[in-house]
Design a protein around this ligand. Structure first.
Ligand SMILES: Cc1ncc(COP(=O)(O)O)c(C=O)c1O
Length: 476
């Protein structure tokens, strides 16, 4: 029977075997997909199924069709974008999560899912050294975490002005000035777009050559905004190209003089510096903010997807995300519904994988990992900077390295060489890194954030990048 599965055990063991094979051989072969997007689409292209297919065959076919288009993201030499490695323990917890099939929206419907979130949230706040009274919403990633936190900010600054934005919306509301750095992450603009703030109605603070807001400029802007009824500041802990932190101590101090100002921190990966004694100084002042957005699927290594929206004023958080229906069991004193802190009602129980990763790594394991990644980022930067024509464009304070090839050449030539080196590195596939524009120039961005990455991987990758770059620069 096509709609039947022969045996759950056989089917799931078959899927597990596929997954194990993938992980065990991740280090071998080229560190990029074999299929391009077009080839992957061709592989999957087929007429709409009219009749079903037996389960084991579906799983086998999925693995066969997808495998050539799978990127070695959980591997030790993957440095693209800023992507965690979906740790084996998190994946195991996620398999259980999927098999349990819990809809995590409500505490009564899914008590264990809600409870795991509750406890994992307490651990998270402790490890990130954030106020213990803050509330945590489990979202898909930092984009949505920024959205949720800024919705809470919008709600609270307008409530203080006697405006109920949840009921009345933004038409006719008192104006809110949104202040952010010139090198804020693009997804912050997405959140502003969803929230009706508009991406152009913002005040941009000039930044230094690392992308951090200039404290004097920030202070001036806040002083100029003294008469504004409401201000929301969006600061950053960990700029995507450089890893730099906005000067939170002076940002928070400057905003104290404003009667109605909310400070939000986008800390997709950088917030985890707070978990590492060696790096925590970078994030000084961060705890004084009102809300924080970060990811589980980056430095905590949970499987995709997982982000956290953290808000000091839990009431503002709940107000902004309110969902109520007669059929949903209400919460009473001391109870917490996961759906009260996120836009969705029905959703995956992300608390299980978060709980599992925090339990597996522990405070010490997280600190060791963050410290190791930062050390390895400095190592790869040091190796590459010895090659003539290669320049490291950032102070490597965290795990991000911005590399420019042909740095001594005119901008267009340097751009061309940088893009050529990126292509050559990706083609060879010893490691994977991608490009980005930084301060008007192309760079190769190396993000050391995958759990398995060790010194040997960094040295092997640096050798490949340096060798290919030398050939391209000398052949120019
Ligand atoms: C600083 C910053 N904010 C936000 C995001 C978006 O996070 P996500 O892709 O998890 O939605 C990123 C992603 O790299 C980031 O680096």
């Amino acid at each position: 029977m096509a709609d039947k599965i022969t045996s759950i055990r056989a089917l799931w063991q078959q899927a597990a075997e596929q997954a194990i094979q993938f992980r065990e051989h991740l280090d071998e072969g080229v560190q990029r997909p074999i299929h391009s997007y077009q080839q992957a689409a061709e592989a999957f292209r087929a007429p709409t199924p009219e009749v079903g297919t037996e389960g084991a065959q579906v799983v086998a076919e999925l693995a066969e069709l997808a495998s050539p288009g799978i990127h070695a993201m959980p591997g030790a030499r993957f440095f693209g974008w800023v992507i965690g490695a979906s740790h084996e323990v998190g994946v195991a917890a996620d398999w259980l999560t999927a098999s349990w099939g819990q809809n995590a929206g409500n505490h009564m419907a899914a008590p264990a899912a809600a409870a795991a979130e509750l406890i994992a949230s307490q651990w998270l706040l402790d490890i990130l050294d954030l106020p213990s009274e803050a509330s945590v919403g489990y979202v898909t990633g930092c984009t949505m975490a920024n959205f949720v936190c800024l919705a809470a900010a919008r709600s609270e600054v307008l409530r203080k002005l006697g405006w109920d934005v949840e009921a009345k919306g933004l038409f006719g509301a008192p104006p809110i000035r949104v202040v952010l750095g010139e090198d804020a992450h693009s997804t912050v603009y997405s959140a502003l777009q969803y929230l009706g703030f508009g991406t152009e109605r913002v005040t941009r603070v000039p930044t230094d050559n690392q992308g951090a807001m200039l404290p004097d400029s920030f202070e001036q802007i806040i002083a100029d905004a003294a008469a504004d009824p409401a201000v929301i500041v969006i600061a950053q802990a960990g700029q995507i190209n450089t890893g730099v932190f906005d000067p939170l101590v002076s940002i928070v101090a400057a905003t104290r003089n404003h009667a109605n100002c909310w400070v939000h921190v986008d800390g997709a990966f950088g917030l985890w510096a707070r978990a590492c004694p060696d790096r925590a100084h970078l994030a000084a002042g961060v705890a004084e903010a009102d809300s924080w957005a970060t990811d589980g699927h980056k430095w905590l290594q949970t499987p995709y997807d997982c982000g956290y929206a953290i808000v000091k004023n839990a009431e503002a958080h709940r107000r902004a995300m309110n969902i109520a229906a007669s059929y949903l069991p209400p919460t009473t004193e001391g109870e917490r519904d996961p759906s009260q802190y996120v836009p969705e009602l029905s959703r995956r129980a992300r608390g299980f994988a978060t709980w599992a990763m925090l339990k597996h790594l522990g405070r010490q394991g997280i600190a060791e990992m963050v410290e190791r990644h930062c050390r390895l980022a400095r190592l790869i930067a040091g190796e590459l900077s010895q090659v003539p024509g290669i320049e490291i464009m950032n102070d490597v304070v965290l795990n991000q390295v911005a590399v420019r090839f042909g740095a001594d050449k005119p901008v267009e030539t340097g751009d061309e060489l940088t893009l050529k080196v990126i292509s050559a590195v990706q083609r060879e596939g010893t490691c994977f890194a991608a490009g980005a524009r930084w301060k008007g120039r192309w760079i190769m961005r190396i993000s050391v954030i995958g759990y398995p990455c060790q010194e040997v991987d960094v040295l092997r990758s640096a050798e490949s990048i340096a060798r290919l770059a030398k050939g391209i620069i000398s052949g120019e």
